[in-house]
Design a protein around this ligand. Structure first.
Ligand SMILES: Nc1nc2c(c(=O)[nH]1)N[C@@H](CN(C=O)c1ccc(C(=O)N[C@@H](CCC(=O)O)C(=O)O)cc1)CN2
Length: 289
């Protein structure tokens, strides 16, 4: 059996198209475009590429893009002062600080300074709390993108066994919360889990977000399971995921790397920016987004 390949690139393109249509309706009603501010500190090559792609996607969706590039030695106080200015700027609906930040800056201090209602990354503890308690908030882009891909395969997720591998604040924890919200039976496995394979073997859905190339072995996967590979690992063999590519022979459906989850991150960012703009302006946006 060969798994169905989940085309994240095509799914993301469709989502971006729906966002563009809804953004045009927002602009018509609000008399201004939704605005996204992206802050990049330093010149990490991958981060620079992502920030450029975010700017392009923002403009293509008919939204205003504000890019702030700061030198790698900017102080934490200067970065926080910029966040404060963006919080106060009425033309800015969404604020995103590209991660990782240089070591001398405390990521947590910066993230918690962002107005939670402009926190389009969904990383602020207020948004994490909203997600955990089922309140409307802004949900981290990568896990929400994974959920959208999963719902396309499984319109009814309730009752399915889901295993999330990894417990980061930006993917693993919000992913588990989203799956729980969909009434999956959710297990999070991590570096201290005694029998990772034993848990994965039970799962109808596996989300791998561990950051170790090829970590998930084909023999761990229950035949026919849906596998979402969040890993983006740059190796000598190019970009590889957290799942051994031979898993395609066992899974029922699987996301490729590249072209799976990655493109969803920026598409959902566009969606979150529009949702934030709609809430701030008191304008209803298409709930199908
Ligand atoms: N503030 C944030 N920082 C970071 C986030 C984030 O969501 N918010 N996520 C990642 C990087 N990222 C977006 O910022 C991102 C990663 C990967 C992709 C993507 O499209 N990947 C492609 C491959 C692209 C390549 O060749 O590098 C794919 O998987 O097909 C988009 C965005 C860390 N930082």
């Amino acid at each position: 059996m060969t798994a169905r390949l989940i085309d994240g690139k095509a799914f993301a393109a469709q989502l971006r198209g729906r966002v563009a249509t809804a953004a045009a309706a927002f602009t018509e009603q609000a008399g201004r475009k939704p605005g996204l501010a992206v802050v990049l500190v330093g010149e990490d090559p991958a981060s620079s590429v992502y920030v450029r792609s975010k700017g392009k996607a923002t403009l293509a969706a008919g939204m205003e893009s504000f890019e702030h590039r700061l030198s790698a030695d900017v102080s934490e106080a200067e970065l926080i002062a910029l966040v404060d200015r963006l919080n106060a700027d009425e033309t800015v609906d969404g604020i995103l600080v590209q991660l990782p930040l240089p070591k001398h800056i405390d990521e947590r201090a910066v993230i918690t300074r962002i107005d939670p209602d402009k926190d389009v990354d969904g990383f602020h503890p207020v948004n994490a709390g909203r997600l955990a308690t089922g309140l409307d908030g802004l949900v981290p882009c990568t896990p929400l993108g994974c959920l959208m891909l999963l719902q396309d395969i499984h319109p009814h997720l309730a009752g399915l066994e889901a295993v999330v591998i990894g417990r980061s604040n930006i993917v693993g924890k919000p992913m588990a919360a989203l799956l729980l919200q969909q009434s999956c039976t959710v297990t999070t496995v991590h570096s201290r889990t005694r029998d990772v394979m034993g848990h994965v073997r039970q799962a109808d859905i596996v989300v791998a977000a561990v950051g170790i190339p090829g970590f998930v072995q084909p023999e761990w996967i229950k035949p026919g399971a849906t596998v979402i590979d969040v890993g983006i690992n740059r190796t000598g063999d190019g970009l590889v995921g957290d799942v051994d590519p031979r898993a395609v022979e066992v899974a029922g459906a699987i996301t490729p790397v590249p072209g799976g989850v990655g493109p969803m991150t920026i598409a959902v960012l566009m969606r979150n920016t529009l949702v934030a703009a709609g809430r701030r302006a008191g304008i209803a946006v298409d709930p199908a987004l």
